[in-house]
Write a protein that binds this ligand. Structure first.
Ligand code: CAA
Length: 703
C-alpha cells in the first residue's frame, strides 16, 4: 500500500505530500504521519523550509467523515480532540517556515492543518472552508480558535456558521491565504517558503481580535441572525460559542472549550442525521443495476417543448450549463411570453450582480425560440414540458419519435402521468425517461429521474449524468403515481387538511412545521404554489377514478378553488394578503370552512398540540415512504431523504423524513400508525416494511 504521507527534499525544502485518495481525508494514520514528517523536516539539516501539499486533485478535504460515526462516548471524543490539538501545536511549533500549498479544497480539518502551518499559499481556483456545521458539528481541531485570529471574528463566524467554501481570492484578501500562486503550485510554494525569514504561529496572532467588544458583538449579532436562518439546528450556535470563548478566554482555554463543545455536537442526533445525509447525497448517484462506467450519450444540444413556467426554467438550465437549446411553442404569443419571463429572470440576475453582461448575452443567445420541429433532428435530448394532459403529451411523444434522431433521449417533465404511456407513444421506449423538475426549475436543485418500464440503462445513466451537468441533484425513482416526492407530499397534505378539520388552525399547523425546521408551512406553501394547481390535478384524478392519497378527501381546498382563492396570486387562499404584500394574514373564513367540513363528516373539533401535528404529519410521510421503498420505487431510504431535503427544504439537521423516523424509533412510529388507524380509520394502514423493521428492532437506515 502506498504511503499516506510522503517526505522528500526539493531545492532545500522538505515537501510533505498527503496522498490519501480521493480527497486526502485525515483518515487514521494521516495526522500522525504529517506530524512525524514535520518533526523529521525540523531535524533535516538539508531542509531550510517545509511545504505541506496534497497529491491528486486537492489539498486535505477534512477529517474522515466516516470516523465520526464510530465515536461512541463523550470521553472518546475528548480524547481524540485533545490528541489532534496537541499534534497541531507540535506542527505549529516547527522551527522552520512551514507553508501549506493549497489546490482544490482545504476544508474542515484540512484548513485547520493549513492554519497550523505558518503560511498558506494557494492556486487561484482553490477554496477553503469550515463546513463542519453541515455535518452538525463545529471545527474540532482548533478552527474556531485559529480562524478568528487569522481572518477576524466576522469572517470566522460566517465560515463556521454557514459552512460555505471561500474562494482563494477572498481568502487572500482576508489573510487566510498569504499568496496566490500562478503556475506550478509546488514550485511557487517552495520559492515562497524559502523566502520567509522566520516563522509565524497563528495561535499567537491577536491583532484581528484585539477589539474584543466588537468581536463579541459580532457573536451576538450572529446568534440573532441564526434564529431566522438556522431554525432548530444547534451546531451553528455551538460554533459561535466556541469562537466567543476563544476571544474572551484566550487560545488555550478557548481550545479547551472547543474540544468540549465538539464532543457535545458529534454525538448529537443532528450530527448523526447530517452525516447520513452527506453520504446519502453521494449514494444517489449510484444505481444498483447501472454500472458506474456505463457509456452515456454526450449531450451537446437540447430542445424543450413548451415555454411555460416549467419549460422556460428547464431551457434556462440547459443554457446555464452552456448547452444550446431550442425552445418550442405552438403560438407566437406563448413563445413571446415564455421568452419574456426568461429574459426577466436573467435581467434580475444581472441586476443583482450574479452574472455579467457578457454572460447574460451569451446565455440568452443559447436559447433559440421556434414554432416548428425544425432542428429537432440534430439535438441529443428533448424535454417535453407541455400542459399536464395525457392525450396532449402522448401526441407530443409521437411527434418526437418521428422528428428526432434514433439515439436522441426523450424526457418528460410530467409530475403525475404515466411515463410508460409516453414511452409507447414515442415508438422507442428505451430512450424515454422522466425528468421531473421542481418549480422554479431554474432554481430548485432537485430533479427526479423517472425510470420507465423500458428505459434503457444507458438512457438512465445519461439522465443522471445530465442532472449533474445541469448542477442539479438527480435521484432515480420508479414510475408510480406522483413518483416519490409528490406521492409522499400528498400524504403530508392530507394530514394537514384533516388536522385543520379536526380543530387546528392553518397558522397553527404552519407554525408547528416551521418550528420543526421546514422553510414554510404546508398552507403557506400552497398559497405560493397555487391552490388551482392541486385542484386541477384532483379534478383530473377524479375523472379517472383516482385520489392522490388514500383516505378521506377534505373538501376545503376545492371550496377555496371554487371561490377563486388560488393563493398569493389572487390575494387570498389559505391566508389573506394585502395588495403588494406576501405577508400571510390568518383569515377567520378558513376556520368557518373547516368547521363546516368537520360538521359534514361528523368530526368533533378539539384542541390539537404542535407535537401532535408534527407526529401525525411525519408519521404519514414515513409510512408512505416505507411503502415506496418496499414497492421498489426508491432504491434506498437516503434517496427519499435527499428528495425531501432538496425538493421541499426538509431540515437537513433532521436528516430527511426516513432518517427522522429512525430517530423517533420505528416501534414508536408503528404504534402511532396503529393508534391513528384505530382513531381515524383504515386509511392509516401500517406499511408492511415498517411493521417488519419495527418488529425486528431495525431501522430504515441499515435495514
Ligand atoms: N471523509 C470521508 N469521505 C469523503 C470525505 C471526507 N471528508 N470527503 C469526500 N469523501 C468521499 C465521498 O463520500 C465520495 O466517496 P464515493 O466516491 O465513495 O461516493 C468521494 O470522497 C468523492 O467525494 P465527492 O463525490 O463529494 O467529490 P466532489 O469532487 O464532488 O467534492 C469535496 C469534493 C468538496 C471535498 C466534497 O467531497 C466535500 O465537501 N467533502 C466533505 C468536506 C468536509 O465536510 N470536510 C470537513 C470534515 S469534518 C472535519 O474536518 C472536522 C474537524 O474539524 C477535524
Amino acid at each position: 500500500m502506498p504511503d499516506l504521507v510522503r517526505y522528500e527534499l526539493r531545492d532545500r525544502a522538505a515537501v510533505i505530500t498527503v496522498d490519501n485518495p480521493p480527497v486526502n481525508a485525515l483518515s487514521p494514520g494521516v495526522p500522525d504521519a504529517i506530524e512525524a514528517a514535520v518533526a523529521r523536516a525540523a531535524q533535516d539539516t538539508a531542509a531550510r523550509a517545509v511545504v505541506l501539499i496534497g497529491a491528486g486533485s486537492t489539498f486535505i478535504a477534512g477529517a474522515d467523515i466516516r470516523y465520526f460515526e464510530t465515536i461512541a462516548t463523550p470521553e472518546a471524543s475528548l480524547e481524540r480532540s485533545r490528541a489532534i490539538h496537541a499534534r497541531l501545536r507540535n506542527i505549529e511549533d516547527c522551527s522552520k517556515p512551514l507553508v501549506a500549498a493549497i489546490h482544490g479544497t482545504a476544508l474542515g480539518g484540512g484548513l485547520e492543518f493549513a492554519m497550523a502551518c505558518h503560511y498558506r499559499v494557494a492556486v487561484s481556483t482553490a477554496k477553503v472552508g469550515q463546513p463542519e456545521v453541515l455535518l452538525g458539528i463545529i471545527p474540532g481541531a482548533g478552527g474556531t480558535q485559529r480562524l478568528p485570529r487569522i481572518a477576524g471574528a466576522e469572517l470566522a463566524i460566517e465560515m463556521c456558521t454557514l459552512g460555505q467554501h471561500v474562494p482563494a481570492a477572498r481568502a487572500a484578501a482576508a489573510g487566510i491565504v498569504d499568496q496566490i500562486i500562478e503556475g506550478d503550485l509546488l514550485a511557487g510554494a517552495i520559492a515562497f517558503a524559502l523566502e520567509q525569514g522566520g516563522i509565524r504561529k497563528s495561535r499567537d496572532q491577536n491583532v484581528k481580535i484585539a477589539d474584543s467588544a466588537a468581536a463579541i458583538a459580532a457573536c451576538a449579532q450572529a446568534r440573532h441572525n441564526l434564529k431566522r436562518t438556522a431554525r432548530g439546528a444547534h451546531a451553528p450556535y455551538a460554533a459561535v460559542d466556541a469562537i466567543q470563548a476563544g476571544i474572551e478566554l484566550g487560545f488555550d482555554a478557548g481550545s479547551d472549550r472547543e474540544i468540549e463543545i465538539f464532543a457535545g455536537c458529534v454525538l448529537s442526533t443532528e450530527s448523526r442525521a447530517m452525516v447520513k445525509l452527506f453520504f446519502a447525497e453521494r449514494e444517489v448517484a449510484k444505481i444498483p443495476d447501472v454500472p458506474k462506467d456505463m457509456p452515456t450519450l454526450e449531450i451537446r444540444s437540447a430542445a424543450v417543448v413548451g415555454a411555460g413556467t416549467m419549460g422556460g426554467g428547464i431551457a434556462m438550465n440547459y443554457a446555464n450549463a452552456g448547452i444550446p437549446v431550442l425552445l418550442k411553442e405552438v403560438t407566437q404569443e406563448a413563445l413571446d411570453r415564455g421568452l419574456a419571463t426568461i429574459r426577466r429572470n436573467y435581467e434580475s440576475s444581472l441586476a443583482k450582480g450574479k452574472i455579467t453582461r457578457e454572460q447574460f448575452d451569451r446565455t440568452l443567445a443559447l436559447i433559440q425560440p421556434t414554432l416548428t420541429y425544425d432542428g429537432f433532428d440534430q439535438v441529443d435530448i428533448v424535454t417535453e414540458a407541455v400542459f399536464e394532459n395525457m392525450d396532449l403529451k402522448k401526441s407530443t411523444f409521437a411527434d418526437l419519435g418521428r422528428v428526432t434522431k434514433p439515439e436522441c433521449i426523450l424526457a418528460t417533465n410530467t409530475s403525475t402521468l404515466d411515463v410508460d404511456e409516453f414511452a409507447r407513444a414515442s415508438g422507442r421506449p428505451g430512450k424515454v425517461i422522466g425528468t421531473h423538475y421542481f418549480s422554479p426549475a431554474n432554481v430548485m436543485k432537485l430533479v427526479e429521474i423517472v425510470r420507465g418500464r423500458e428505459s434503457a440503462r444507458q438512457t438512465i445513466a445519461t439522465g443522471m449524468k445530465l442532472a449533474k451537468k445541469l448542477n442539479k441533484v438527480g435521484v432515480l425513482v420508479g414510475n408510480c403515481f406522483g413518483f416519490v416526492a409528490n406521492r409522499m407530499i400528498a400524504y403530508y397534505m392530507r394530514e394537514a387538511y384533516l388536522l385543520l378539520e379536526e380543530g387546528a388552525s392553518v397558522s397553527h399547523i404552519d407554525h408547528a412545521l416551521v418550528e420543526f425546521g421546514m422553510p414554510v408551512g404546508p398552507f403557506a406553501m400552497q398559497d405560493i404554489a397555487g391552490i388551482d394547481v392541486g385542484a386541477r390535478i384532483r379534478q383530473y384524478l377524479r375523472s379517472i377514478g383516482k385520489h392522490r392519497a388514500e383516505g378521506p378527501q377534505s373538501p376545503v381546498p376545492d371550496w377555496l378553488f371554487h371561490m377563486g382563492r388560488y393563493g398569493q396570486k389572487t390575494g387570498s387562499g389559505w391566508y389573506r394578503y394585502e395588495p403588494g404584500s406576501r405577508m400571510p394574514i390568518p383569515d377567520p373564513l378558513i376556520d368557518e370552512l373547516a368547521e363546516k367540513a368537520a360538521a359534514e363528516r361528523g368530526i368533533e373539533r378539539r384542541a390539537i398540540s404542535e407535537d401532535e401535528i408534527i407526529a401525525r404529519i411525519m408519521t404519514a410521510l414515513a409510512n408512505e415512504g416505507a411503502n415506496i421503498l418496499e414497492e421498489g420505487y426508491a432504491a434506498r431510504p437516503g434517496d427519499i431523504d435527499v428528495i425531501y431535503v432538496y425538493g421541499f427544504g426538509f431540515p437537513r439537521h433532521r436528516g430527511g423524513p426516513m432518517y427522522y423516523a429512525d430517530t423517533v424509533g420505528l416501534p414508536t412510529v408503528l404504534d402511532r400508525v396503529r393508534r391513528y388507524r384505530d382513531q381515524l380509520g383504515d386509511h392509516w394502514n401500517p406499511a408492511p416494511l415498517l411493521e417488519h423493521l419495527a418488529s425486528s428492532g431495525r431501522a430504515f437506515y441499515g435495514a
